[in-house]
Write a protein that binds this ligand. Structure first.
Ligand code: NAP
Length: 236
């Protein structure tokens, strides 16, 4: 069992891709990292790799679209650690390159809303009370350049609309929690070589994870309700 005295970080979709890179960075920074994936076995395998590198990590199954799964994870975290210092809402999907906004498949739109918006929202609602208990928290929402209003393309409508909505959730939640010790920010990792980004993306997982790790470890006087890329504020 990981060291219960170190800060506890929870990462959704931490078994592979950018989430895995964030998990590695936070383990190196001394956090106890709860790696989650839809399959508990995948999460446990990723955590075992991180443990082998002499870090504190544990794997748990989590389906962010399932309220029961989120509640079960919350209870487990509360029982085992009684704290959650960092929540990285990294899990995401439905990069719908084959759709146009005027001819949507609403089952895809609904899936994207469930994973990219309601999932992070549900996670934040579940874990903010535990953060409030200690007057400390860092919530990082993994957004995308596709969700920026300054990016006027017709592509990936489900993905883009839900990431833009996640940005607004970041503003609303961050504003509500100002002064509570809980900082809430969004980041754009750039185009990264993962299963989603594909092999031709210019950025490594390490580069894609860097700003999220920085936001997860902000000092108490750090920014909140902001949107960042490469550790700098960017337009919504
Ligand atoms: N790659 C890029 O270029 C890029 C660019 C901008 C933004 N992003 C964002 O960065 C984040 C990570 O992307 P990535 O490229 O690392 O993607 P990825 O390699 O496809 O990994 C996605 C992760 O999300 C998890 N996940 C998906 N749906 C889930 C659900 N319903 N419940 C729980 N976990 C779920 C997956 O877990 P399983 O293994 O269980 O499926 C996996 O760990 C996403 O939010 C993505 O939108 C990526």
């Amino acid at each position: 069992m990981p060291d219960p005295d170190s800060r506890v970080a929870l990462i959704t979709g931490g078994n592979r891709g950018i989430g895995r890179g964030i998990a590695e960075g936070l383990v190196k920074a001394g956090y106890t990292v709860i790696v989650t994936a839809r399959s508990a076995r995948d999460a446990e395998a990723a955590a075992a790799d991180l443990q082998a590198g002499k870090g504190n990590a544990v794997g748990r199954g989590l389906e962010v679209t399932d309220a029961g799964s989120v509640l079960a994870l919350y209870r487990w975290v509360e029982n085992n650690y009684d704290r959650c210092d960092v929540l990285v809402n990294n899990a995401g999907g439905y990069f719908d390159t084959n759709q146009q906004p005027s001819t949507p498949d609403f089952s895809v739109i609904q899936g994207a809303v469930d994973v990219n918006l309601i999932g992070p929202w549900r996670m934040a609602a579940a874990f903010v009370p535990l953060m409030r208990r200690h007057g400390y928290g860092r919530i990082v929402n993994m957004s995308s350049g596709a969700g920026q209003f300054v990016n006027p393309r017709a592509t990936t409508p489900a993905y883009s609309v839900t990431k833009a909505a996640l940005n607004m959730l970041t503003v609303r939640l961050g504003s509500e929690l100002k002064g509570s010790g809980i900082l809430v920010n969004a980041c754009n990792p750039g185009w990264v070589r993962t299963d989603m980004g594909g092999p031709n993306a210019p950025r490594s997982v390490e580069e894609g994870a860097d700003t999220a790790i920085w936001l997860a470890t902000l000092p108490d006087d750090g920014p909140t309700a902001g949107y960042f890329a490469d550790r700098k504020p960017v337009a919504w």
